[in-house]
Write a protein that binds this ligand. Structure first.
Ligand code: AMP
Ligand code: MG
Length: 423
């Protein structure tokens, strides 16, 4: 049996692998307009410049009375209410020696310089209002433009839109946003042992058969990243059929993602099929879990200027579920964000103390499944095997442990929360 890779291929560092991969991720051509309602998770393809200030004018942050502080020198004096200003209406200039009834969000009338909340006012039988404590100048006034000034860039090209960002875009009047195209991703699973849940009942599974779990989390992760996913199932186990399936997928997708079949020495149909349609590099990345990884490109002739017709990227993930999951988060996720025009895809880690012992140093960089306890320390999942998907569900993130390092309780380690990686 011959192997398609040299026997002594050196391990590639994660940083080198990521840099190389991102080098291949040319931003997809073209943009589209979507309703702001539908833009969650999409990547903005334009700077959003505000044509107005937010809030548009000084307004009250309390239900109460708008006053002139200078009129309140005598605390025994009760002042008449000269106008009523609910939110959505504009009052008139505040007459001297009077107060204005005002509600949260209503514009401050000209001449008023503070708001007194209604709890601090004494409304008398004749409806005059006595202010019990002298307000500070500017009290309970939200200033015009304190959120957004006119001409400010509130969101920049390349930013990934969050729910809060959609609200901010709406606050400057944007009902449509220009965003990057969704990457089109074809997803294949490989492995003759794989059975789809629902096709065979658990008690009827043949010896050696396992359910296809990778397909489910990969599809969900891709969808969360804004991709249009074609789930193409389990790749057929004949060479010609595999080539046909990949060629068909390459014509219509930006990325073909597979799991399984990239381990050392494995004979499968994906590798020769990709090689016959383009090129394939098999990498051994110095991380644990997740060492085997493949990047390739399926050519379809000359690229057109908008990037279409340039063929498709190919990424082959390892089959072990946790390896597949972790390599997706560390490599495929930044790749897909870069395709959509996100300029900075670096993964942020947080320094947190470990509450566990990791006695066995590995020469590879490790990504341990851990979770934060209520004290903010990290607990380790007992079984760190790359096949134990429970670890990734129990955990709420990864400890990024450098090569050759052991960990003792109290050591400060680098933690990457899943909340960041799975968003
Ligand atoms: P491979 O990378 O193909 O050598 O697979 C490594 C391990 O992962 C084997 O135990 C496979 O059975 C398992 N595996 C591969 N693909 C999947 C999948 N889609 N779902 C669950 N386990 C898988
Ligand atoms: Mg396999």
């Amino acid at each position: 049996m011959t192997s398609t890779r040299p026997a002594q291929q050196p391990l590639k560092s994660l940083d080198d692998a990521l840099a190389q991969l991102l080098g291949y991720a040319a931003v997809l051509g073209g943009v589209e307009q979507v309703s702001t309602f539908d833009a969650d998770g999409r990547v903005l393809a334009q700077d959003l410049v505000s044509a107005l200030q937010v809030p548009p004018q000084d307004n009250s942050s309390m239900d109460g009375y708008a006053v002139r502080c200078a009129d309140l020198a005598d605390p025994s004096l009760a002042l008449p209410v000269s106008q009523r200003i609910p939110a959505g209406s504009a009052g008139t200039a505040l007459a001297a020696m009077s107060v204005a009834r005002i509600f949260t969000g209503a514009p401050i009338p000209a001449g008023a310089d503070a708001v007194v909340m209604q709890e601090d006012c004494d409304v008398q039988v004749d409806d005059r209002v006595r202010i019990q404590t002298l307000p500070k100048l500017g009290q309970w006034i939200r200033r015009a433009g304190e959120d957004v000034t006119r001409g400010a860039v509130v969101l920049s090209k390349g930013e990934r839109l969050t729910p809060a960002a959609l609200g901010l875009a709406a606050s400057i009047g944007m009902n449509q946003l220009t965003v990057a195209h969704r990457p089109k991703v074809a997803l294949f699973s490989t492995g003759d042992e794989l059975v789809m849940p629902g096709e065979v009942a658990p008690e009827q599974m043949a010896p050696g058969a396992i359910y296809n779990s990778n397909r489910f989390f990969l599809k969900a992760l891709l969808t969360r990243l804004g991709c249009e996913v074609s789930d193409l199932g389990i790749v057929p186990d004949q060479r010609a059929a595999t080539i046909d399936a990949l060629r068909g997928a390459a014509a219509k997708h930006d990325l073909i993602l597979t799991s399984g079949g990239v381990s050392v020495g494995e004979e499968d149909h994906i590798k020769p099929a990709v090689q016959s349609l383009g090129h394939l590099d098999l990498w051994q990345i110095a991380i644990k879990p997740g060492k085997p990884f493949a990047y390739g490109h399926l050519g379809l002739g000359a690229a057109s200027p908008d990037g279409s017709g340039a063929g498709a990227h190919f990424i082959g993930l390892p089959g072990n579920p946790v390896s597949s999951f972790v390599t997706f988060l560390l490599l495929v996720r930044p790749f897909l964000l870069k395709l959509q025009g996100v300029p900075n895809v670096a993964i942020q880690s947080i320094a947190l103390p470990a509450n566990f012992t990791w006695a066995r140093a590995d020469k590879r960089r490790e990504f341990l499944r851990v979770r934060r306890n209520t004290a903010g320390d990290l607990e380790l999942f007992a079984n760190q095997s790359s096949g134990v998907l429970t670890s990734a569900v129990w955990g709420d993130g990864l400890v990024d442990n450098p090569p050759g390092c052991t960990i003792a309780p109290g050591d400060v380690v680098r933690f990457i929360p899943f909340s960041e990686l799975q968003a």
